[in-house]
Design a protein around this ligand. Structure first.
Ligand code: SF4
Ligand code: SF4
Length: 329
């Protein structure tokens, strides 16, 4: 049986809530199937206080093997890198994290706060919140760039605000079966298969996007890129392919723009979410791999060709104009 220790730094606990929404299989069954013993989880375990300290020390002293060390939430480093702003068992939390990562076979950061600081490290925070091995886009968090776990991996990063439960459980499955190697992690040390497509892929608003038929308010049918700040064309995640919540939904399916929550620089300093920032009339953030001149040309042509059906439906909460059923002459 493999041991899993799950700790929680600065964050809302949303990744745990997300994990408990796993369905295929659910979290408890997944742990059973993967033969994982949860040595401690702050929300799910009944032990607390000194019993938790014993668990920490059993791993640090080598009495038990720490197979999976999962970090949720950012780690505070203030003041001056000491982390004394947050102590746990009379010791800065940062020191526990470093020591436990030092004996773990795999260290896994779940959620954008744990990966790169996330919302906990948003501009103006006084706690020095840091990700495990990244600070925002820069490698080197509370663990340095050279850190490698017992199995020779850097911190395996599973960003998302929250992370999709599949991304976490499938990573544990792949690691347990030796089906994920360190060179299958991407440039941000994420399992590439979850982050190599864009949130835009399989978004049901793609037809609106192609014709630049844009929503003007949240909840409308049209594409959310032009007016409402959707970052799905730049954001690396398989949200619209995989789907959430019983494989029924995603942010954009609910009429809500993708805010690129899997990016290391989320939340973006100075960004105005839910409103597209423009330079002149050109969106500041253009779709990945589309040069500005192309975007301007394609947009102009697409708008000239937008079917009336899409123009009307784009600014409605439901389809008001159906496709013509008359046979074309
Ligand atoms: S709403 Fe966003 S993800 Fe969907 S088609 Fe438009 S730009 Fe792409
Ligand atoms: S669609 Fe974008 S904002 Fe929504 S969960 Fe996926 S990556 Fe995050």
């Amino acid at each position: 049986m493999k041991n899993l220790l799950y700790i929680h730094g600065q964050g809302c606990g949303g990744d745990t809530i997300s994990l408990l929404n796993a369905e295929e299989p659910d979290f408890a069954l997944a742990m059973e199937m993967l033969d994982i013993n949860i040595a401690w989880h702050p929300s799910l375990s009944v032990i607390n206080g000194n019993e938790v300290l014993k668990v920490y020390n059993s791993f640090i002293n080598g009495e038990s093997k720490l197979d999976y060390f999962i970090i949720e939430g950012a780690v505070p480093t203030a003041p001056n890198g000491t982390g004394k702003i947050y102590e746990s068992f009379n010791r800065p939390f940062i020191e526990w994290v470093r020591e436990l990562a030092g004996v773990a076979e795999y260290t896994i950061a779940v959620g954008t706060c744990a990966v790169s600081g996330g919302i906990s490290a948003a501009s103006g925070n006084p706690t020095g919140a840091s990700g495990a091995q990244f600070r925002r886009e820069n490698i080197g968090g509370i663990l340095n760039e050279e850190y490698r776990s017992g199995a020779g991996f850097p911190v395996v990063n599973i960003p998302g605000c929250p992370a999709h439960p599949d991304w976490v459980l499938e990573t544990l499955y792949l690691l347990s079966q030796n089906k994920l190697s360190a060179d299958q992690l991407d440039y941000a040390n994420r399992p590439a298969q979850f982050y190599s497509s864009l949130a835009h892929h399989a978004c049901p608003k793609n037809e609106y996007y192609e014709f630049k038929a844009s929503a003007e308010e949240l909840g409308q049918m049209g594409c959310l890129f032009e007016n409402l700040g959707c970052r799905g064309t730049q954001c690396e995640s398989d949200c619209n392919l995989r789907l959430w919540l019983g494989r029924t939904g995603s942010c954009t399916r609910a009429g809500y723009p993708c805010i690129a929550c899997t990016s290391n620089n989320f939340p973006q300093t100075g960004a105005r979410y839910f409103r597209t920032q423009t330079v002149g009339s050109i969106p500041e953030f253009l779709p990945r791999d589309v040069p500005k001149a192309w975007y301007i040309g394609i947009t102009g042509l697409a708008k000239m060709a937008t079917p009336d059906r899409l123009k009307k439906n784009a600014v409605s909460s439901h389809i008001t104009k159906q496709n013509s059923t008359k046979k074309e002459q």
